[in-house]
Design a protein around this ligand. Structure first.
Ligand code: NAD
Ligand code: ZN
Length: 245
C-alpha cells in the first residue's frame, strides 16, 4: 500500500495536503482527542469562542498564554518537514491546514492555506489596529493580556477562527485548490470538523485520488482510495524512501 501511494505522489500533476492537529502532536502540541485534553478544566465556550473572548479577555489570555509560549518554542515534526520537502521538489502544490500553530511555514512550506487562521497576528476589535503576536505580547506565565497600543482597549483578538466565527475567503481558495487537485493527502485529522472535512468528498467528486494517513479511523475513511494507519513519523519515513526524499 505504501509503495502504491508513493507512486501516486510521484505521478501526481497537482497534489494537495490537508492537515490537522495530528501533524503537530509530535511537535509537542496536543490535539483535541489526546488524554491531555485541551478542554479538560475549562468550558471551550469561555476560552475559544468570540463571545467568551468579548466577555472576558483576561480569562481568554490566562488560558492561551502558556499555549502560545509552547507554540512559539515548538519545532516542526517529520510530517511538516516531509510536506515542505515535497513542495520544494515540485511534488506538492499546497497545504490546506486546520492548524493555527504556523509549523508548516516554520518547516519551509510556502503555499499554506490556514483554514482556521493563525496565532501570528493580533487585531484590536475596537479600532482595527493589527500587530505581530510574537513580537508584541508578553508570554511569561504571569503575563497580563495585551492592550491595544493605539486605543488602550483590552480587546486584542488573535487572528484565529473561534467557535461561532465564519471561515473567511480562504475556504473558497481551498475549494479551488482541491478542484484542481488530482491527489489529496490527508494527514493527522479526524476529518470530523466541517466545513473543512467537506473538502474530502469535494476532492473525490472532482476526480482526485484521496489518501488518509492517521493513527485511528476518521470520519472520511469511506471516501478514501487508500488509508494508511499508523504514526505519522513512521508513515512519512516509509513514503520518503521510495520517493528519494
Ligand atoms: P483532531 O484532534 O480532531 O484530530 C487529530 C487526529 O490526528 C486524531 O484522529 C488523532 O488520532 C490523529 N493523530 C494525532 N497524533 C498523531 C500521530 N502522531 N500520528 C498519526 N495520527 C495522529 O484535530 P483536527 O482534525 O485538526 O480538528 C480539530 C480542530 O482542532 C481543528 O479545527 C484545529 O483548528 C484545532 N486544533 C489545532 C491545533 C494546532 O494548531 N496544532 C491543536 C489542537 C486543535
Ligand atoms: Zn485599538
Amino acid at each position: 500500500m505504501i509503495g502504491m501511494v508513493a507512486r501516486w505522489i510521484d505521478q501526481a500533476r497537482h497534489a494537495v495536503a490537508l492537515t490537522g492537529a495530528g501533524v503537530s502532536t509530535e511537535s509537542g502540541i496536543p490535539d483535541f482527542r489526546s488524554d491531555a485534553g485541551l478542554w479538560k478544566d475549562v468550558d471551550p465556550m469561555d476560552v475559544a469562542s468570540t463571545a467568551g473572548f468579548e466577555e472576558d479577555p483576561r480569562r481568554f489570555y490566562r488560558f492561551w498564554i502558556p499555549k502560545l509560549a509552547a507554540i512559539r518554542d515548538a519545532q516542526p515534526s517529520a510530517a511538516h518537514r516531509f510536506l515542505a520537502r515535497l513542495e520544494s521538489r515540485g511534488r506538492m502544490q499546497a497545504v490546506v491546514t486546520q492548524n493555527v500553530d504556523g509549523l508548516h511555514q516554520k518547516a519551509g512550506s510556502r503555499r499554506v492555506l490556514e483554514m482556521h487562521g493563525s496565532f501570528r497576528r493580533l487585531e484590536c476589535q475596537v479600532c482595527g489596529h493589527s500587530m505581530d503576536l510574537q513580537a508584541s505580547i508578553d508570554l511569561r506565565e504571569d503575563a497580563k493580556p495585551p492592550i491595544c497600543p493605539s486605543c488602550g482597549s483590552l480587546r486584542m483578538k488573535p487572528s484565529v477562527v473561534l467557535f461561532g466565527d465564519m471561515l473567511g475567503p480562504v475556504l473558497a481558495e481551498a475549494e479551488q485548490e482541491i478542484r484542481d487537485a488530482d491527489l489529496l493527502l490527508c494527514l493527522g485529522s479526524s476529518l470530523a470538523v466541517f466545513p473543512v472535512a467537506g473538502l474530502v468528498p469535494l476532492a473525490r467528486r472532482s476526480g482526485a485520488k484521496v489518501v488518509i494517513l492517521n493513527r485511528e479511523t476518521t470520519g472520511m475513511d469511506d471516501e478514501a482510495d487508500a488509508v494508511l494507519r499508523g504514526e505519522l513519523s513512521d508513515l512519512v519515513q516509509e513514503l520518503a524512501a521510495p520517493l528519494g526524499l
